[in-house]
Design a protein around this ligand. Structure first.
Ligand code: ADP
Ligand code: MG
Length: 598
C-alpha cells in the first residue's frame, strides 16, 4: 500500500492555525497589544488604517527582543512565557500559547523592529506569509514596533469576508477598550487613519473609564468593592437608571484579563432585579482577582472564556457585592464617591454663546416638530399657513395615482383632526374617518423627502442658531464620521472632537425636541442596517434616516403638527405604506360605521 500521510509544509500549518487565532483585524490588535503588555510596556501606540485592513501598527516601549528571539518569535509554539506543563496552572501573562505571531505572519506582511535596553542596535525582520524576506540590524528605540500590512493577502476568501470598515473598526475599538480598561496604568495612543482618536494618560481605573466613555460617565458610576478569601472585587457599576436597552458597557476582568461570562453576567442582572426594566441591561466595569491556580483560561483559543474552580461562590459574592453597592448608593448617593471636578462638563448640551450673532436663515422647509423654535433655539420663520400653501402647491405637481388622496387632502381641516392614544391622528371628512399612525406617516414623509432631495440634489436643512453639543463615545462618533459625506448631503452637518459631537444643522422635517435620541438611533441604525457596498445606499440611508429621525408613537402632537402630518403624508407618492411596508393609515367609511350599528 502506498503511504498517503504528509506532514504539512510550515506555511500551510501556520495558515491553518491562523484560522483560529486571526479571525479579523481586531484579533491582530488584541494579540499585539497583549504582547506589548506582557513585555512590560508603559506606553503603547496603536495605529490603524482602513479598519486594520491596510495597516495595524503597534509601538511599545517594552523590554524588546534579542536578535535571535526576533527570528524565533515567528515560529509556532515559541513563547517566553511558559516552559513546562505545570506553568499552565499559574499564568500571569496574557499570552502563553506561542501562536499569535506565527499565525499573524502566516497571513500578512509583517515588519518587526525590536531592541532590548543596553544593546546598541535593534533588529528588523520582514516576513510575508511565514517567509522571512529580510533580517538586518537597525538603529531603533528600546521596545518593539510591529507593523502588520495587507492582512489575509494570501487568503482572498478571508479578506472578502471581512465586514465593512465600520464593523471591523468597531471590533478593533472593542478590543482596545478591553485592553486599555484592564491596564489604566499604561498610556495608550490610538491613531485611526492618521487622526489621533484617543490619548489616554496613565491613570486610575475610574479615570480610564471616564476618558474612554465620556465625561458624563462620571455621574453614572457607583463603586463596587469586596474582599474575600477567594475573590477580590473592585470596579464600578452604572446606577440603575442608566441601564440601556442595548447591551451597554459590560466588562469583567479577571486578573487583568477581559473575559466573557454569561454566568457572572447573570449574577449582576440578578443584583439589579426589580430596579431595572427586564428589557434593559446594566453596565459594569468589574475587576475580579482570584488565585491564578483556581482558574483555567485555556479553554478557548482566543481566551475570553474562563473556568473558575468555585463558580458558585464567585457568583454569590459578586451578586452580594453589587447589591450592596446599589443599596449604598440609593441611601447616600452623594457620599458614594468623590467627584472629580476637573472631569466635569455641563450635562446634556451647552449653548455656544459666541455663535449667537449668526444671521437668520430663512428656511423654506417648515418643520412643525421643531418645538424649540418656539423657545428661539432654532431659526424657523415660516408660518404654518405658508407651508400649507406650498404643500398644496407641490401636491399639484405630483402625479397621484389615487385621486382619493387629493380629495382627502382638500377635506382636511384643522378642526377635524384629533390625536388619540398618543399615536393615531384621526381626521374626519365628508364620507370617512382616516386614522393615521403618526410614526409610520412621518417615516414615509421623511423617506420621500430624502429620496426627492437626492434626485433633485436639493437637500433641505435647518441651521441651528445655537449649535448643540452632545457627548458620544469616539466609537459612536466614528460611525457618524464614516458616513459624513452622505449625512451632510442629507442636511445633518456636524463636527466632532474627542467625545464631543457638535451639530450645526439638521435635516428639515425632523423632530428637534428629541435630538439626542434621534442621533443615538441614527448611530445604532447606521451600525446595524447599512451593509457594505449596498446597491442602493441612498435608499437605505433614507430609510435609516426615516426610522431614526421620525417622531415616535407616544409623542403628543399639537394641532399644527397633526395637520402637517396629514397634509405631508397625503402629498407623498405612496401614502399608504411606510418605508418598511406597513400601513400608514386606515380609512373607515361612514357607511361601514353605519353597518356596525345594524
Ligand atoms: P505568546 O504571547 O503566547 O508567548 P506570541 O506569538 O504572541 O506568543 O509571541 C511569541 C513571543 O515573542 C513572546 O513569548 C515574547 O517572548 C515575544 N514577543 C512578542 N511580542 C513582543 C513584544 N512586543 N515585546 C517583546 N517580546 C515580544
Ligand atoms: Mg502573545
Amino acid at each position: 500500500m502506498k503511504d498517503i500521510i504528509n506532514i504539512l509544509p510550515k506555511n500551510v500549518a501556520n495558515q491553518i492555525a491562523a484560522g483560529e487565532v486571526v479571525q479579523r483585524p481586531a484579533s491582530v490588535v488584541k494579540e499585539l497589544l497583549e504582547n506589548s503588555i506582557d513585555a512590560g510596556a508603559s506606553e503603547i501606540t496603536i495605529q490603524i488604517k482602513d479598519a486594520g485592513k491596510t495597516l495595524i501598527q503597534i509601538i511599545d516601549n517594552g523590554k524588546g527582543m534579542s536578535k535571535k528571539d526576533a527570528l524565533l518569535c515567528f515560529e509556532r509554539h515559541t513563547t517566553s512565557k511558559i516552559s513546562k506543563a505545570t506553568d499552565l496552572f499559574n499564568i500571569n501573562t496574557k499570552g502563553f500559547r506561542g501562536e499569535a505571531l506565527a499565525s499573524i505572519a502566516a497571513v500578512s506582511h509583517v515588519s518587526l523592529i525590536t531592541k532590548q535596553p543596553g544593546i546598541e542596535l535593534g533588529s528588523n525582520i520582514d516576513i510575508q506569509g511565514s517567509e522571512i524576506k529580510s533580517s538586518r540590524s537597525v538603529v531603533s528605540e528600546v521596545g518593539t514596533t510591529i507593523s502588520v500590512k495587507n492582512l489575509f493577502f494570501n487568503i482572498p476568501a478571508r479578506r472578502n469576508f471581512l465586514k465593512s470598515d465600520n464593523v471591523e473598526f468597531r471590533h478593533i475599538a472593542n478590543e482596545f477598550f478591553r485592553v486599555s480598561l484592564s491596564h489604566p496604568e499604561i498610556k495608550f495612543i490610538f491613531i485611526n487613519n492618521g487622526a489621533e482618536i484617543y490619548n489616554l494618560t496613565n491613570s486610575s481605573f475610574k479615570k480610564r473609564i471616564i476618558n474612554l466613555f465620556g465625561s458624563k460617565t462620571q455621574e453614572k458610576l457607583v463603586p463596587v468593592s469586596e474582599e474575600t478569601e477567594i475573590l477580590k472585587i473592585n470596579g464600578f457599576i452604572f446606577k440603575p437608571e442608566y441601564a440601556k436597552k442595548t447591551r451597554g458597557e459590560q466588562y469583567f476582568f479577571v486578573n487583568n484579563r477581559y473575559i466573557k461570562s454569561p454566568y457572572l453576567n447573570h449574577a449582576i442582572n440578578s443584583a439589579f432585579e426589580g430596579l431595572i426594566d427586564l428589557k434593559h441591561n446594566p453596565s459594569y466595569f468589574l475587576n475580579l482577582e482570584v488565585d491564578p491556580s483556581t482558574i483555567d483560561i485555556n479553554i478557548h483559543p482566543t481566551k475570553t472564556e474562563i473556568k473558575f474552580e468555585d463558580e458558585h461562590s464567585i457568583y454569590a459574592i459578586l451578586r452580594a457585592a453589587v447589591k450592596h453597592s446599589i443599596g449604598q448608593y440609593s441611601i447616600s448617593p452623594v457620599l458614594d464617591f468623590e467627584r472629580d471636578k476637573s472631569l466635569d462638563i455641563p450635562y446634556n448640551y451647552k449653548k455656544d454663546k459666541t455663535n449667537s450673532s449668526v444671521g437668520i436663515d430663512i428656511d423654506l422647509n417648515y418643520n412643525p416638530f421643531d418645538h424649540s423654535s418656539k423657545k428661539k433655539d432654532y431659526v424657523n420663520l415660516d408660518s404654518f399657513d405658508k407651508k400649507i400653501e406650498s404643500l398644496e402647491f407641490s401636491s399639484e405637481s405630483n402625479n397621484f395615482s389615487e385621486i382619493d388622496f387629493k380629495e382627502l387632502k382638500s377635506n382636511i381641516s384643522i378642526e377635524s383632526t384629533i390625536q388619540i392614544d398618543k399615536k393615531y391622528i384621526v381626521n374626519k371628512n365628508k364620507s370617512s374617518l382616516i386614522i393615521v399612525n403618526q410614526q409610520r406617516a412621518h417615516q414615509r414623509i421623511i423617506y420621500e423627502k430624502f429620496l426627492q432631495s437626492i434626485t433633485l440634489n436639493n437637500y433641505g436643512s435647518q441651521k441651528l442658531l445655537h449649535p448643540v453639543e452632545f457627548d458620544f463615545s469616539p466609537e459612536e462618533i466614528s460611525v457618524l464620521n464614516s458616513n459624513k459625506t452622505i449625512l451632510n448631503q442629507f442636511g445633518l452637518i456636524f463636527k466632532s472632537k474627542n467625545n464631543q459631537l457638535t451639530i450645526s444643522s439638521m435635516p428639515a422635517y425632523v423632530e428637534m425636541d428629541n435630538l439626542k435620541n434621534s442621533i443615538e438611533d441614527l448611530i445604532f441604525n447606521l451600525q446595524n442596517e447599512i451593509p457594505k457596498n449596498s446597491f442602493s445606499e441612498s435608499d437605505l440611508i433614507s430609510k435609516v434616516m426615516a426610522k431614526s429621525l421620525s417622531i415616535k408613537n407616544g409623542t403628543i402632537l399639537d394641532l399644527k403638527e397633526q395637520q402637517y402630518l396629514m397634509n405631508a403624508l397625503f402629498a407623498c407618492k405612496e401614502s399608504m405604506i411606510c418605508p418598511f411596508n406597513k400601513k400608514t393609515y386606515v380609512k373607515l367609511e361612514y357607511s361601514q360605521i353605519d353597518n356596525m350599528f345594524k
